[in-house]
Structures are given as C-alpha cells and as structure tokens.
Design a protein around this ligand. Sequence first.
Ligand SMILES: [Zn+2]
Length: 404
Amino acid sequence: MPVRPENAYQARLLRLLRDEGPRSRAELGEAVGLSRSKVAGELDRLVELRLVESAGLAASRGGRRSSIVQLSSDIRFVAVDIGATSIDVAITTGRLEIVRRASQPLDVSQGPKAVLSEVLRIAEKLRAEETVYDLHGAGVGVPGPVSFRDGVPVSPPIMPGWHKFPVRDVVTQALGCPVLVDNDVNVMGLGERHAGLARSVDDFLFLKIGTGIGAALFVDGRCYRGVDGSAGDIGHISVDASGPPCACGNTGCLEAYFGGAALARDATSAARTGNSPFLAERLANAGQLTAADVAHAVAIGDPAAMELIRNGGRRVGQVLAGLVSFFNPGLIVIGGGVAGLGHGLLAEIRSVVYRRSLPLATSNLPIVLSELGEDAGVVGAARLISDQVFSADPSSRPYPEDRA
Ligand SMILES: [Zn+2]
C-alpha cells in the first residue's frame, strides 16, 4: 500500500503543496508555523517517502536562497465519476490536474458488476499509458445515496442491484490503493471547492440538476454528509403532495417536477399536444425527447420550452429559498446536465430565491452556474481521496478535512 504522511505537519504541507503549488521551504515553514530547521526535517522525510521533490532554488530574499519543493511528480490518483447514463474516468497528478481521461455512455442500471468492470478496464488502460507513477488512491462518485463510512450505496432509486454492493472494497482490491466512495453530488461539490467558483468560499451549497436533483452542503470548508450520508438529498423534498409520481415512490417531489426525466416527460407532452411544433418535429425524428432537446428549443426561443424552464426554475427556487433560510450559505453553485439550460433557468431561480428568502440571508448571496462543467465530478473524486491520503491518521477521521 502507498505511503502516507506520518504526522499532522506533514499532512498540512502536502495539502498546501496540492492546493498552492510549488513553494519555498521558508514559505512553507511560515505557513505551518514551524522553524526553518523543523520544517526542513519534515520536508526531508516527505522527500524520503517520495511524496515531495525538489524544484530548484527560490529567488534570493537577501540571505541564503531557500530551495523550492513541490509534490512528487510521480503521484497519481484515479478519479471515477459514475453518472446515471455515462462514466468518466481520469488520472490526475498530486495537484489534481487531469493528465488522462476517458468517458463513455453506460447505463448505471446495468448493475455494479457490469459497470465497475468497465470502470476498472478503462482505469487500467489509462494507467498503462503512464510510464512512471505511484498510484496513491482512487475516488469514486456514484449517482445515489452512499454510506460514506462503509463505501456502499444505500437504496439508490436509479441504481437497481447496487444496494449495499461493496464498491469501495471491490475497487480497492482491483487497484491496490486506498479508495473512497461518495455520492456524485458531494463529489462534484468537492470539485467546485477545489477548482471552481467555490474555491475561496467555506459555506456554500452546490446544486446538481441532472437526471436527478441533489445538493451538497459545505460547512466551514467541509462537505457535510449527515448521520447516514443522505444530507442534501433535496430532489425528494415535497413541492406539492398531489403532484406527479416520483421514482422514490412518493408523489410531488421536486425531482418529479424538474430534472432530466421530468423535463423529457413534459417536453413529450408539449410535443404531443401541439404546444411546441419544434419539439413535435424532434420527437417525430428521434422517437423520444431529452433535456438536450429542451435546451435546443429554448435556444431558438420556443415558448413552450421556455415555459417548462420557468416552471422548473420556480420550483427549484422555492426549495432553495427554504434551504437559504435554514443554512445561510455564502454561495450557491448550480451544475449538472440541466444547468446547460443556462441563463433563463438561472434567472428564474435567482428571482424566486431573492424574493422569498429573508433579505439578511440573500444580501450577500451570489447564485452562479458552474464553470467546471463535466470536470467537476472527476476533479472532486480526486480531491476526495487526496484529502484522505494527505492526512496523518485517516482511520480515525470519518470525514476528509481541509485543515490537518
Ligand atoms: Zn421522490
């Protein structure tokens, strides 16, 4: 198994080098509050462990020039983002930069054995393309609730056959490195926290609107998962108990109104009832409609499609307004496939949230679309496992921390 830092100072140094890039020994000493000789000792040990390497000399600050160190260029993480209908696998550096990546369509409902064997096949193929590397860990996001402690999905509505399947253990055994599994929305939120618009915000909400709808909560810089790992599962908050049936068995959930499947359903009905000649033509050509067709219809100004987005945005905004009053976040980032519907949706969500939340909670609350797009999942999966690998005693900490 790969090596780990031996104490909290080493862990903190590794995270600094991951997040800030190469630094001089003097700067690192100041950042972690260690004397020159103490920080030199910790860094020398990290060099021996092949976690850190020298990167030349810093510009002179008058006295002896301090040498620059960086994370070892051989460190590699595997990052896996399993979506409802596709898988993304990437290999990243220690700084979580993507060096190799592959995506392919695959339905998660094919079950864990078929999906994970494909994930592992792609991971091995990408790994084989790397000549020199040390595999330090793998992060995996799956589209359903996860018991984070056990690394297993729990009663995931759109993942038949995955309930309590030992995803973490299977991937650990195959790759021979530490593995963490989390819900895909939490993982995307971690990606936003690492490299997206939430990089400098400690308390924020990430909202994913894709096939399903879910949120990730970040409190004081950490992902808050709740007692059982289902915090943020807001797609099943009831908007109207007499509403349409939902995949979870209830009626009138947010997800039953909006999200990929609901949008496809409503677009099909708009096409069939003659409300949208544009969607009717696409339905006739393709045999079915998806959220992407609605996005096209919105782009050409189709009134029925714009109405669908306004209604959906209003309901999402209604739920978000409640969350804002409850949680008082400093930022809301919206991502996922349906976020590609763009600014019309964003405008509707903003207007409802700003109108319905208390002024104090929204006076300083940007609501923005993700700029990471499809990279959020893999960057977040790498961040997830790197937080654990770059901590001194991961076994005693159920939640990855930002500060060692
Ligand atoms: Zn539901």
